[in-house]
Design a protein around this ligand. Structure first.
Ligand code: HEC
Ligand code: HEC
Ligand code: HEC
Length: 133
């Protein structure tokens, strides 16, 4: 399983046109992607690996432009199912390299600005954040 993921992530790196492939294979550790809660993702896992960005953008357009709200591809739902618990038993924010979205993005050198506005962990983690800081 880990091997297959690695192959996919490396594939995505190539698609993204990053020239770091040779380096990635020899020097950089493969990403350890935390598993989501439950049995299934909102779409086929393989599909999500490749297309989650399109799915998210589509959902965003539907909501922001047309006011359509569904849970299926909601970013909130991704964050909820893909929350990663830190050592203090509180869900980590995107500040942590353990964060689900960062597990691949750091590796593939992808930068997203989504969490400047969107919460990067479930709401119940927010109170704890205030306490911590
Ligand atoms: C400048 C602030 C801002 C940034 C940056 C931003 N969003 Fe949003 N986004 C919003 C607002 C405001 C809404 C509307 C909130 C609502 O109606 O729930 C929204 C709605 C959404 C929705 C539909 C509601 C939901 O939870 O499903 C999705 C999906 C979404 N954004 C994804 C993204 C993604 C992916 C990125 C990064 C590529 C991103 N957004 C970056 C402000 C932002
Ligand atoms: C109901 C819980 C749930 C929701 C909601 C959810 N996921 Fe998932 N996701 C999972 C599970 C469980 C897996 C692993 C499934 C497997 O191993 O086949 C997964 C796998 C993935 C993977 C592949 C990870 C890997 O190991 O390669 C990506 C990427 C992903 N999800 C992104 C998203 C995004 C983006 C959203 C929001 C649009 C989302 N997920 C919503 C549960 C969820
Ligand atoms: C299985 C690895 C993996 C996981 C997990 C993952 N991503 Fe990605 N993501 C990628 C790769 C690789 C790219 C860039 C390659 C591409 O564009 O085809 C990318 C690109 C994106 C982009 C488009 C960025 C751009 O500027 O084009 C968005 C938005 C995004 N991811 C959102 C998310 C969010 C939100 C999460 C967490 C809920 C997440 N991703 C989790 C691998 C992953």
């Amino acid at each position: 399983m880990a091997r297959r993921r690695n192959a996919i992530v490396i594939g995505a790196v190539v698609v993204a046109g990053l020239a770091a492939l040779t380096v990635a294979q020899s020097d950089i550790p493969y990403p350890d992607i935390p598993r989501g809660q439950g049995e299934f993702c909102v779409e086929d896992t393989e599909f999500m690996r490749r297309n989650h960005m399109n799915v998210l953008m589509h959902q965003r357009d539907d909501t922001v432009r047309d006011g359509v709200r569904s849970k299926q591809h909601s970013l909130k739902e991704c964050i909820s199912c893909h929350a990663v618990t830190g050592p203090d038993s509180i869900a980590v924010t995107v500040e942590s390299p353990q964060h689900f979205c960062r597990s691949c993005h750091d590796y593939a050198a992808v930068k997203i600005d989504c969490f400047q506005c969107h919460a990067s962990r479930p709401e119940r983690g927010v109170v704890a954040e205030t306490v911590k800081e």
